[in-house]
Design a protein around this ligand. Structure first.
Ligand code: FAD
Length: 533
């Protein structure tokens, strides 16, 4: 066999997940090949270059912890890292750990077929490459497959079209242009204020109003940064003990109705001034009790009404169809204020959806909105899109797409029954997208590395979850989700943004602390639920 095609492990994707996986496996002495569709490292931060793109967790937390020298030497300049800074950070990590020599860029993995007799995976790529490995790690990302709206005429639009998740590297100038944007989720909330400042006019087509909280961005104070660094290990460990893996937001102790109306209002006002996700962490039951949730939701709606001068527009911007926090809570910088500008108009496409797109216009019912440029902030085929985009066959007559026909099924979000030696970093039914993701990525990478080390140490050929263990985990996941308000929203967590996608609540919302304890207990019980052969 051609040695250049044979590896101990193949990793698909070179975002934060794939990069750390490569480093971890290489330091175990394994030969590794990484395939990355993009032209560089960074995943999310390579692709999402739209104006205003930032993380919405503070960078001192949203960063790697696996190497102390790395976290000590890197200096974040702002509270919430901008896309360019996050991409610089990813490139710094790639340089520092010499990652690029094992990554093949500009190459999409199109198939992964397992041979059940040899237990080897053979991968093919869109450039005609073939590679073979015993271990296959999908670091393909939860938000990496952009969703294009199925609107009549969208392909015939004659102006420039942009998707926020595939923004051109050279950027885009909207000066003097009439711009339309479809979507008002997290990416749109970040993009809209920037485009509004540049464009001749901006028309926002909104199907669902979303809750957004001021981020209160700003430069990161050097003294605070250094103080944080001194306690880095403590803070990282504290994060693991919280529900969402964010040390800044510990677990609240009181229910929203344990306090008086005045005290609650004051607590929300303080959280609003702090900005970020603080509001969701005010009370224990904001995500489990509808009435408690409504107190926070109404507080935010009132802030929207206070900010937006036109009462009709303000009312359209007030979310009323889902509890706050059950869709990804947006963070913004002057999002609602932007609707006070003369060059911005909001078009409600909930009641009357977009009828069609013409070469130079978006048509809604009888109204024709002329535009030069169209921005699609229409999100992603979240959590399953990238994995299902690869033809994965387990060699026993089953594909991953078949296995997941009724919705994704995994054991711990880490592996899939029937698919030996195939691992997913922060897959469905793990806390991944409901946590500080780099923390969850590191946890998963470490678990995968431990499993692979065990195979090597104990001369096993393969590991796969037991079907029953997987069934139980999936049921537990659903039970936990059903004990919360999350399923009440038609969110991408539910697959609701993709027509025809099964409606199943995909992330594990039992919390990072509980998930980590469960994994630990499973390991201590000889990796209960995993079958080694
Ligand atoms: C706009 C935006 C803002 C975000 N903000 C935050 C935040 O504030 N906090 C937070 O915790 N998380 C945030 N996230 C989530 C973010 O995706 C994760 O934090 C993290 O970057 C995920 O890393 P990853 O390596 O798992 O996936 P990704 O970064 O998505 O990387 C996956 C990579 O796999 C590649 N790939 C996929 N399929 C193939 C294939 N078949 N062949 C080859 N390559 C393939 C993709 O090109 C991509 O580069 C945000 C996401 C978005 C989109």
């Amino acid at each position: 066999m051609d040695a250049s095609k044979n590896f101990d492990a193949i990793v698909v994707g070179a975002g934060f997940g794939g990069m750390y996986m490569l480093h971890r496996l290489r330091s175990m002495g394994l030969t590794v090949r990484v395939y990355e569709r993009g032209g560089g490292v960074g995943g999310t931060w390579y692709w999402n270059r739209y104006p205003g793109a930032r993380c919405d967790l503070e960078s001192m937390e949203y960063s790697y912890s696996f190497d102390d020298r790395l976290q000590q030497e890197w200096n974040w300049s702002e509270k919430y890292g901008t896309q360019p800074e996050l991409l610089r950070y990813a490139n710094h990590v790639a340089d520092r750990f010499d990652l690029r020599r094992d990554i093949v860029f500009g190459t999409k993995v199109v198939s992964a077929h397992r041979d059940p007799t040899t237990n080897l995976w053979t991968l093919t790529t869109d450039t005609g490459g073939v590679a073979i490995a015993r271990q296959l790690i999908l670091a393909t990302g939860n938000l990496s497959t952009p969703q294009l709206p199925k609107i009549a005429g969208v392909a015939e639009f004659s102006g420039r079209t942009f998707h926020t998740g595939r923004w051109p590297q050279e950027g885009a100038n909207f000066s003097g242009r009439q711009v339309g944007i479809i979507g008002t989720g997290s990416s749109a909330v970040q993009t809209i204020p920037h485009v509004a400042e540049q464009a001749l006019n901006l028309t926002v087509f909104q199907r669902t109003a979303n809750f957004s909280i001021p981020a209160h961005h700003g430069p990161l104070d050097a003294t605070m940064r250094e103080a944080h660094k001194k306690k880095y290990n403590e803070i990282r460990e504290a994060a693991y003990q919280t529900p969402f893996g964010i040390a800044k937001y510990g677990s609240p102790t009181l229910s929203a109705f344990d306090v008086s109306d005045e005290d609650r209002q004051k607590t929300y006002e303080d959280a609003w001034k702090t900005g970020g996700q603080a509001l969701l962490f005010c009370y224990t039951d904001l995500l489990t009790n509808k009435k408690s949730n409504e107190t926070a939701a109404e507080f935010v709606r009132q802030r929207i009404r206070d900010t937006v001068k036109n009462p009709h527009v303000a009312e359209l911007l007030c979310p009323k169809d889902h509890p706050i926090g059950t869709k990804r809570l947006c963070l913004d910088s002057f999002y609602f204020e932007t609707y006070n500008r003369d060059n911005v108009r909001l078009v409600d496409v909930k009641e009357t959806p977009i009828t069609r797109i013409e070469p130079n216009a978006v048509v809604v019912g009888d109204n024709v909105f002329e535009i030069d440029d169209l921005i699609l902030a229409t999100g992603f085929d979240a959590m399953t899109g990238a994995a299902k985009d690869i033809d994965i066959q387990n060699g026993n007559g089953e594909s991953l797409t078949d296995h997941w026909a009724q919705g994704p099924q995994t054991y711990l979000g880490l592996m899939v029954a029937g698919f030996p030696n195939m691992y997913i970093i922060t897959g469905p039914q793990s806390p991944g997208v409901k946590s500080q993701m780099i923390l969850s990525i590191e946890h998963h990478v470490d678990l995968i590395a431990c499993l692979i080390q065990k195979l090597h140490d104990e001369n096993f050929n393969s590991v796969v979850p037991e079907a029953l263990a997987q069934d139980n985990w999936v049921s537990h996941n659903t039970e936990v989700a059903n004990s919360t308000l999350y399923p009440a929203a038609a969110s991408w967590y539910m697959g609701a943004n993709i027509p025809g996608k099964p409606r199943i609540f995909m992330p594990y919302v039992g919390g990072v602390r509980q998930y980590r304890a469960t994994c630990q207990e499973i390991i201590e019980n000889g990796w209960r639920g995993f079958e080694f052969a």
